[in-house]
Design a protein around this ligand. Structure first.
Ligand SMILES: Cc1cc2nc3c(=O)[nH]c(=O)nc-3n(C[C@H](O)[C@H](O)[C@H](O)COP(=O)(O)OP(=O)(O)OC[C@H]3O[C@@H](n4cnc5c(N)ncnc54)[C@H](O)[C@@H]3O)c2cc1C
Length: 395
């Protein structure tokens, strides 16, 4: 269907990483882009732990910058329910701990410099349809912005997607999360600490991410628990003393990506499309990679004068080719981990320590694309012991 002339080429709902990266990519292909953000400032409120892999950041076209980097880490220490631990030592620096507000502002500057038009304090209340084609959004006071392609990057709230019964990440796959910013604590500034098992966080894990020599983000997410109470208890056990400088709640997604992420004149990206690692709940890098495909496809639709679902479906092919299998494997790993009892988790830790499996992880591990190391562990001679623990837990 030929596209009628409208007020802008592309409208993006949401000024988070997925929206801003989609916008930056699309304008680089010579089209006009408006990003609308419901808040008056970018990056607020923030819920994120801010751990981003160095390789991942490169993949989403972001140069490391002091403006948003708080710390750099190379190691991760994993803790079992009974107190067993193993450390994975990265070969050099592996991840940045970022201030998400500053990071999102950095992405905003990148997008604005590229030519994206940002409209703050504009909340999309509904979509505008022409036939069955999405052709714009309506704001709070009934004001409309029309476009040739609308990109939904509204994040995990997915209000618009639910309103129109469009595919959205499953509500039951969101876990409640709580995070404290703490100061005056003793931490290893070079290492992230992960605590696995029901004892800490049923269905997920607890984390300590150092933001400096004596400060950290400590958090957990889980199913069927009072996350605030559980986190307070966890922090008291981990630190002799600590000052809480900020508290933030949120929802971590551990489910599958959405089955359909395109429609007539419409694309969905980032958390709104469930493009999140189900093992860790991290969505900035995967959402950012998909956002590049999304911006590229939207711009091609405008340049080819065709924003039909048939044309836009190439976006879904592109992002699924890039990470569809990864997401499936990580989802399977998440489902298995959810079934493990604390005893099984301890036995698996024992196996990892006995067989020095952390060396395998050091050699083949990747913070974002985790399937390779999961396969390596599966093929390892010790995997029978691990499988047995999994089967016992499943039974
Ligand atoms: C506790 C916690 C810890 C996390 N830690 C990490 C981590 O360490 N690393 C990592 O990679 N990921 C982490 N994540 C996930 C990460 O925060 C998200 O994956 C990421 O923010 C998704 O980006 P997005 O652009 O899709 O959505 P968002 O960042 O949520 O941005 C969506 C934007 O859309 C705006 N919006 C919504 N509706 C409308 C509307 N109708 N009109 C206009 N604007 C609208 C919102 O205000 C928001 O600014 C964590 C999440 C939680 C909850």
């Amino acid at each position: 269907m030929p596209i009628p002339k409208k007020t802008g080429d592309i409208i993006i709902i949401g000024g988070g990483p997925a929206g801003l990266i989609s916008g930056r990519t699309a304008v680089s292909k010579g089209v006009s882009v408006i990003v609308i953000e419901e808040h008056d400032v970018i990056g607020f409120p923030t819920h994120c732990a801010g751990l981003l892999s160095i390789k991942g950041l490169k993949q989403i076209g972001v140069h490391p910058d002091r403006a948003f980097i708080q710390n750099v880490v190379s190691d991760a220490t994993f803790h079992s329910p009974s107190g067993l631990a193993f450390k994975v030592r990265g070969k050099g620096k592996q991840a940045y701990v970022v201030d998400r507000k500053a990071f999102d502002n950095y992405l905003t500057e990148q997008a604005s410099e590229a030519g994206v038009n940002l409209k703050l304090g504009f909340q999309a209340r509904s979509l505008v349809f022409g036939d069955k084609h999405v052709i714009g959004v309506t704001g709070k006071n009934g004001g409309k912005i029309l476009a040739k392609v609308v990109i939904d990057a509204e994040g995990s709230s997915c209000k618009l997607l639910h309103m129109y019964k469009f595919n959205a990440p499953k509500r039951e796959s969101f876990l409640s999360a709580m995070q404290f910013e703490v100061s005056g604590v003793e931490v290893n500034a070079n290492s992230v600490e992960i605590f696995l098992g029901e004892k800490f966080a049923p269905g997920f894990f607890a984390w300590i991410i150092p933001t400096g020599e004596s400060s950290a983000r400590v958090g957990l997410a889980g199913r069927g628990i009072n996350v605030h109470q559980r986190l307070y208890h966890f922090a008291r056990n981990q630190f002799d003393k600590f000052n809480i400088t900020a508290k933030r709640g949120g929802h971590v997604y551990v489910g599958a990506p959405s089955r359909k992420t395109y429609g007539d004149g419409f694309l969905v990206v980032g958390d709104a499309a469930g493009q999140i690692k189900p093992t860790t709940g991290g969505g900035v890098i995967f959402g950012g990679i998909c956002a590049q495909f999304c911006g590229e496809t939207a711009a091609e639709a405008v340049n080819n004068d065709d924003s039909s679902a048939r044309f836009l479906q190439v976006y879904e092919r592109r992002w699924k080719n890039s990470m569809g299998r990864e997401l499936e494997i990580m989802l399977l790993a998440r489902k298995i981990m959810d079934k493990l009892t604390d005893e099984a988790m301890d036995e698996i830790f024992k196996t990892i320590i006995d067989y020095n499996l952390h060396e395998e992880i050091e050699e083949h591990g990747h913070i974002d694309f985790q399937s390779k190391v999961l396969f390596r562990l599966l093929l390892h001679p010790s995997s029978l012991r691990i499988m047995w623990q999994i089967i016992k837990s499943l039974l």
